[in-house]
Design a protein. Structure first.
Length: 49
């Protein structure tokens, strides 16, 4: 786990999904202040062909 630079709270890994674009991105989310940091370089497609 990471600590937030803003409030020094705990950051957990979460997955953001864009259903319209069909993409997903892993992000770190602070459970204290809600700050989000991108964990991956680029989004991944939801459906792989």
């Amino acid at each position: 786990m990471r600590s937030c630079e803003k409030c020094e709270g705990t950051m957990i890994l979460d997955r953001e999904v864009d259903m319209e674009a069909g993409m997903a991105l892993m992000v770190f989310v602070c459970i204290n202040c809600g700050k989000r940091l991108q964990a991956e370089q680029r989004p991944n497609p939801l459906v792989r062909t």
